[in-house]
Design a protein around this ligand. Sequence first.
Ligand SMILES: [Zn+2]
Length: 175
Amino acid sequence: MLPPGLMQPPAAATAVPPSDAQWAQLLQAARAARAMAYAPYSQFAVGAALLDEHGRVHAGCNVENAAYPQGQCAEASAIAQLVLAGGRRILAVVVVGVTEPRLDAAAGAGADRAAAGLAVTPCGGCRQRLREFAADDTPVWSADLQSVRARFTLGFLLPASFGPAHLASRPGHLP
Ligand SMILES: [Zn+2]
């Protein structure tokens, strides 16, 4: 008999948007997680925080490794925390990273954005990891230590994605 968690596909229902207080909690948790990152090789610390279907926040940081490909992203760490706590849905995502101002920020459209550094978004692999528990309309915010830099939805970051519904008819997956 499989544990209940293995038998539950994530629901695709549209959720109530997070409250301002929940966003503040997510931002705080992602920033605190970033401060704990283990990133001795890239020096690029990232924190992520996820809101689950019970209103709980789960955070994670990136964890690098001397064998570089074995490193883990902050989003993956946060997902593990969510699953471990019994969460099966992601209702909101915050990713926090700090980038340096770009050297070519001098002129042209978008100069302000370049001068402040690029907004940090989930890598391609993590977009898919998030997709397992989130919907197209799940908000994904990118922030630094001071402000929210960009607001996306997962469907914008990962359009026409492959997800649990594609396997719905297979044994072990509920419709
Ligand atoms: Zn990633």
